[in-house]
Write a protein that binds this ligand. Sequence first.
Ligand SMILES: Nc1ncnc2c1ncn2[C@@H]1O[C@H](COP(=O)(O)OP(=O)(O)OP(=O)(O)O)[C@@H](O)[C@H]1O
Ligand SMILES: [Mg+2]
Length: 254
Amino acid sequence: MMGILASGVGFLKLVMSGAFVTLGVQLACDEDVQKLGKKVFKIGAVKKIKRFPLDNEHTTVLGITRHGKTYATVKTLEQETGAVFFWNVQEEKVKGFIKADKSNNIEQLSNALKSGKKINYVPSGDMELDSKIFGLIVEEFYKKNVSCKMVIDEVHLFDMTKDKGGKMACRRLATTGLRRNLPCVFISQRPALIDNTLVTQSTQHILFALGDNDTNYLKNMGLPVEKIKEATGQEKYRFCVYDLKEVKGAFMIE
Ligand SMILES: Nc1ncnc2c1ncn2[C@@H]1O[C@H](COP(=O)(O)OP(=O)(O)OP(=O)(O)O)[C@@H](O)[C@H]1O
Ligand SMILES: [Mg+2]
C-alpha cells in the first residue's frame, strides 16, 4: 500500500515538473514572440508625411540606390515657397519649376532666382562639362548675391571627374554658403565618396537604408548608424531624420 502511494506521489511529481517545464518553455516562447512582435511593430511604425523638413541650413539626403531619395526631395521641393536651384541629374519631373539646361546663360538663371523662381536644371550628362558648368554657376551666384536653396542630386559625381569645378563649388557652398543665404541639400547614394565637408557642415541628415561601406563611413563621422538602421528597418522608401541630437522617424512620403 505504502509502495503504491509512494509511486503515485512520484508519478504526480513527475507530471507536475513536466507541466512546469512545459509551462516554462511556453512562457519563454510567449516572451520571445512578444519581443519579436514589438520589434516588428517598431519597424512597421512608419509615419506618412508630405515632405521632409527643410530649414535654412545644410541638409544631406543619403542612402542606397532606388530607395526614394530623389522622390522624397522632389516632393519636398515642390512645396517650397522660395527660390530653389535644383541640379536634377536624374531628370525627375518637378511641378512648378522652370526647366533650364546648358543652353541658358547663367545670368538668366541668376535673374530668375532673384525674382523667387524655382529652377529645374537638367545637366548635359557629360560629367566633365557639367562639373565646369556647376562651378561657373556657383561662382556667378556668389558674384550676383543670389540667394536660394541649392539642391544637388548625385553630388558624388563631382568627386569622380578630372575637372574639380563642381567639387570645389560644393565645398565652397558647404563652408560659406550659409553666410550667402545659399543653404544646400546634398543628395548621394555613395556618402563615402563625397567630400566629408558636405557631411560635417550639414545640421540635418535625411537617411534611407544604408549599405555596409557607407554605414562604416558615417559611423566614423559620428552618426548613430545603428539607431538609423533600426528606424528605417533598411526598407525601401523609409527614412529617418537625424538633427545631430536625435533620430526621428521612420517616415515615408505619401
Ligand atoms: N514614397 C514612395 N512611394 C512610391 N514610390 C516611390 C517612393 N519613393 C520612391 N519611389 C519610387 O521608387 C523609385 C526609386 O526612387 P528614387 O529614384 O527616388 O530613388 P533614389 O534613392 O534617388 O535612387 P538613386 O540613388 O539610384 O538615384 C522611383 O521610381 C520612385 O518613383
Ligand atoms: Mg536619385
